[in-house]
Design a protein around this ligand. Structure first.
Ligand code: NAP
Length: 251
């Protein structure tokens, strides 16, 4: 039997991150459920534990260097050296460019790009030592441009370049890096968008589904399934890829 590996999933108190954490735990990994509020992680940890898995709640702001260093060290001590990292934490600060504040720009850059950089820099130390690692970054179909998301689309496109460079730099240590670019997934994030544009969330989903080739919106499990593949032992020859999980073609 292969040894039990440790994964960190950022922003996993809810939404896509929570589903990925539960899936990786079901696949046999010990999982650090990391989010801004440690208390908010406990439900996911309890669900994992109740299902026979191993998990730890970790409070951390991924955009803060000291917070990240302390969190990753804590995971290594209490759960095991993290050799799987899913950079999932995210925020929206949507606005048209003429109304976008510098704060809204910086917040999105800090959580998605700076956060993924800080987490990866801290975790790669354990991966290169172990000569094994799996890094998955959450991009988005918005990377290809989306009205009202100049900050978010720039960050999500940036994560694709970040992923490809990680693949090149870390490959020789047995570490792969891949990105998942989801389309419309039903979470609090898409509900917040419906609220902002003033459309009922069910109606918003039905409208979105009409434009998606498979004629439905996505669920967190759709993304967790792709993440489980990239994080698996068997995916060691797949690196630097961007997988659009959007119910239709993107490239
Ligand atoms: P979500 O429901 O809003 O969850 C995001 C999580 O990230 C929240 O638990 C949030 O914590 C946490 N977070 C925010 N800032 C953080 C920080 N600085 N440090 C640590 N944790 C932080 O979002 P989601 O829909 O599951 O999205 C997950 C990822 O997929 C994001 O990267 C998102 O951009 C991407 N994505 C989502 C969709 C979609 O349709 N939902 C589509 C494409 C890509 P709080 O609750 O405390 O704020």
């Amino acid at each position: 039997m292969t040894e039990k590996r440790t994964a960190i999933v950022t922003g996993s108190a809810r939404g896509i991150g929570a589903e990925i954490a539960q899936r990786l735990a079901a696949d046999g990994l010990a999982v650090a459920v990391l989010d801004l509020d440690e208390g908010a992680c406990q439900t996911v940890v309890d669900d994992i534990t109740a299902a026979g898995g191993k998990a730890l709640a970790v409070g951390c702001d991924v955009s803060d260097e000291e917070s990240v260093a302390a969190a990753v060290e804590r995971v290594a001590t209490e759960l095991g050296a993290p050799t799987v990292l899913v950079n999932n934490a995210g925020v929206l600060r949507d606005n048209l460019i003429f109304k976008m504040s510098v704060d809204d720009w910086d917040t999105v850059m800090n959580v998605h790009l700076r956060g993924s950089f800080l987490m990866t820099r801290a975790a790669q130390k354990y991966m290169t030592e172990a000569r094994y690692g799996r890094i998955v970054n959450l991009s988005s179909t918005s990377a290809q441009g989306n009205r009202g998301q100049v900050n978010y689309s720039a960050a999500k496109a940036g994560l694709q370049g970040f992923t490809k460079t990680l693949a090149i730099e870390l490959g020789k240590f047995g570490v792969t890096a891949n990105a998942i670019a989801p389309g419309f997934i039903v979470t609090d994030m898409t509900k917040a968008t419906a609220d902002r544009v003033g459309i009922d969330f069910d109606e918003f989903q039905q409208l979105a589904a009409k434009d998606i080739p498979v004629q439905r919106v996505g669920r967190p499990a759709d993304i967790a399934n792709a993440a489980a593949f990239f994080c698996g032992e068997g995916a060691g020859f797949v690196s630097g890829q961007v997988l659009y999980v959007a119910g239709g073609p993107y490239d």
